[in-house]
Design a protein around this ligand. Structure first.
Ligand code: ATP
Length: 346
């Protein structure tokens, strides 16, 4: 299995190596062979190739099964058009869904207890950086594109994830009464797909209703699938519900490849001090292994993912090696070492 390591900037230089360390420990324990491919991006790309997203990296990514990407900073090098490079990577590699779990832990301060939701957000169409134009100085028009292909593939990802979970429930969030054609197409494809998954409970919610219910009673949701811009907002609500950015992992998935990418930015304010919380990056790596296991029918990858999950739960539950944003005093390295050690026992 070929996996790229793209450190990114600032705290990316600290949390990505810890994520790789934990993934490698789980892979060794599960008999999974990972061919790691370090690739320059961000500041390193700028220094070595004069580009934050060098052509060599782009080319090398094509051969990989997946990669771990650290946050790209905005202050680490002179700003240029390439600095904000997430949209091209997602589009170039047809990574169409951002999968973002929101999970609360009993001993970590959060708005609600017993939250365990996976948000699945479409990220290639809709209204995420889509075309805008201004026919005259008084009017701006922004376009929202929804396709059947885009809707069905993101919905399928949500149903497949639901099949791996105990509650097996998918909620499609949209606003069909207001956007009859656009949300209508998305909802229609979700409904059609639901018939292929009779063991999964399917329901629909209006985007405004679900926003309120997520704040008041998030425990009722299992897997929530939605379009780009709605998902952008819902996933931040999800991160806020369970304790913020340090606990917000993510995976961008395509048909053939996936990219582990935590929700948080490069956090220059705490970079270089070994205090960043590695949880989000490590769990993003765990999600990558889980996805690769499912996609390639590779039980060793699934086993490695399960080991990391057990280890993370153990370390968070014991609360002896938590970073300070989680109320502890451990360094980035100490928390990740504790998880790696738990992986070897799991
Ligand atoms: P960007 O614009 O690059 O997306 P941002 O400025 O929106 O980033 P972050 O860089 O994610 O935001 O930082 C927001 C706050 O959260 C900062 O105070 C930062 O220190 C904190 N933070 C982010 N990630 C972590 C982490 N892994 N551990 C601890 N604190 C974090």
């Amino acid at each position: 299995m070929k996996i790229g390591i793209l450190l990114g900037d600032d705290i990316g230089l600290e949390v990505v190596p810890e994520c790789v360390k934990v993934m490698q420990a789980a892979a060794s324990r599960s008999g999974l062979d990972i061919d790691w491919r370090p690739l320059p991006i961000g500041k390193r790309g700028h220094e070595e190739h004069g580009d934050t997203y060098p052509a060599v990296t782009k080319q090398a990514l094509q051969e990989l099964d997946g990669w771990v990407l650290g946050p790209i900073g905005h202050n680490a090098y002179p700003r240029n058009d390439r600095t904000w490079m997430m949209p091209p990577v997602r589009k170039e590699f047809a990574l169409f869904a951002a999968v973002r779990p929101s999970r609360s832990y009993p001993n970590i301060a959060s708005v609600h207890e017993d939250v365990d939701i996976v948000f699945v957000r479409e990220i290639t169409e809709g209204m995420g950086g889509g075309p805008e134009f201004r026919p005259n100085d008084e009017v701006t028009i922004a376009m929202r594109v929804i396709t059947r292909k885009g809707s069905v593939r993101v919905a399928r990802e949500a149903f497949e994830i639901a099949c791996t979970r105990q509650r097996r429930k998918v909620t499609a969030a949209h606003k069909e009464p207001a956007y009859r054609l656009a949300c209508g197409m998305f909802a229609e494809e979700c409904r059609k797909l639901a018939r292929e998954y009779p063991d999964v409970t399917f329901e629909e919610e209006l985007i405004d209703t679900i926003s309120m219910k997520l704040v008041m009673a998030p425990q009722q949701y299992d897997v929530v699938v939605t379009t780009n811009q709605f998902g952008d907002i819902l996933t931040d609500i999800g991160a806020g519900l369970v304790g913020g950015l340090g606990l917000a992992p993510g995976l961008c998935v395509g048909e053939r490849q996936a990219m582990a990418q935590a929700t948080h930015g490069s956090a220059p304010d705490i970079a270089g001090r070994n205090i960043a919380n590695p949880y989000a990056m490590i769990v993003s790596g765990q999600m990558l292994l889980e996805w690769l296991g499912r996609k390639h029918g590779e039980p060793k990858a699934s086993a490695a993912a399960q080991r990391i999950r057990t280890a993370v739960d153990m370390v968070i539950g014991e609360a002896r090696h938590l970073t300070r944003d989680l109320g502890g005093s451990a360094s980035t390295t100490e928390m990740a070492d504790a998880i790696a050690a738990a992986v070897l026992k799991a």
